[in-house]
Design a protein around this ligand. Structure first.
Ligand code: SAM
Length: 214
C-alpha cells in the first residue's frame, strides 16, 4: 500500500505519542516491557498498512502489547488518526523498513508475528524483499521466542505458494495451512479482518493462511 504523499505526515509522526520515534529505536531492544509499563506478551504486525487489524486486536486483547510496523509515513498517518479517535494503551507504532527488525527487538523478545497481505514483489529478482521470504524468516527466527508462532494471510496464490516453499529451507514448520480461510469455521473463530482481507474476500477471492513455528 502506498498512499499519495500527505503533506505534514512526517511532522505528525514525529510529534505522535503513539509512535516509538526513530531517534529512540536503537535503545529499544530488550525494553518493550518498560515501554508499555507491564510484563505482558508482545505481538507485532509487520506491514500493518492503516492499522485496522492491529487496532482491533489491541482493543480485544488488553492483556497483550502490540507493535505495528509500517514503512510509509502516509500510511502510518492513518493508523495514528485511528488511535486519536480511539486511544489504546497497549498499542504502539514504528515507522521503519522490516529489514531493520533486528535493530529494534532483542533475541526472543517477540511472542507472535503477524504478516497480512504482504506486498507480492512478483519479479524473481525481488524475491528476497517479500516479507515471508527465507531472508525475512531468518530475521524473524532471531526476534521470535523459541516456541512462538508467525501467522500470514494473503489472497495472492503465487505469494502464498512461494511462502509455503520457503518454510523447509528456512527451518520452519506449518501448524496450519489453509487455501480457503473463510470456509474454515474453526480457523475463522476470532479471525480479525484486515483492510485488504475485507476488500479481496468481498470480491470472492479465497484467503490463504498459514501458522508456522520452528
Ligand atoms: N496489512 C494490511 C492489510 O492487510 O490490510 C496492509 C497490506 S498492504 C498490501 C502491505 C503494507 O506493508 C503496506 O502498507 C506497505 O507499505 C507495508 N510494507 C511493505 N513492505 C514493508 C517493509 N519492508 N517494511 C515495513 N512495511 C512494509
Amino acid at each position: 500500500m502506498r498512499l499519495r504523499n500527505i503533506t505534514g505526515s512526517r511532522e505528525v509522526i514525529a510529534d505522535s505519542k503513539y509512535v516509538i520515534q526513530e531517534s529512540g529505536l536503537e535503545q529499544c531492544p530488550g525494553t518493550f516491557h518498560e515501554i508499555f509499563g507491564n510484563e505482558n506478551p508482545l505481538h507485532i504486525e509487520i506491514g500493518m498498512g492503516k492499522g485496522r487489524f492491529i487496532h482491533t486486536l489491541a482493543k480485544e486483547h488488553p492483556e497483550i502489547n502490540y507493535v505495528g510496523i509500517e514503512k510509509y509515513s502516509s500510511v502510518l498517518l492513518r493508523a495514528i488518526q485511528k488511535m486519536e479517535e480511539e486511544e489504546l494503551p497497549n498499542l504502539k507504532f514504528i515507522r521503519m523498513d522490516a529489514e531493520d527488525v533486528l535493530k529494534v527487538f532483542a533475541e526472543g523478545e517477540v511472542d507472535k508475528i503477524y504478516l497480512n497481505f504482504s506486498d507480492p514483489w512478483p519479479k524473481d529478482r525481488h524475491a528476497k524483499r517479500r516479507l515471508p521470504s527465507r531472508q525475512f524468516l531468518e530475521r524473524y527466527d532471531k526476534i521470535l521466542r523459541k516456541d512462538g508462532f508467525l501467522e500470514f494471510k494473503t489472497d495472492n496464490k503465487d505469494l502464498f505458494d512461494f511462502a509455503v516453499e520457503e518454510l523447509e529451507p528456512a527451518g520452519w514448520k506449518a501448524k496450519v495451512i489453509t487455501y480457503d480461510l473463510h470456509a474454515d469455521e474453526e480457523l475463522m473463530q476470532g479471525n480479525v479482518m484486515t483492510e485488504y482481507e475485507e476488500k479481496f474476500s468481498s470480491m470472492g477471492n479465497p484467503i490463504y493462511k498459514y501458522i508456522i513455528y520452528r
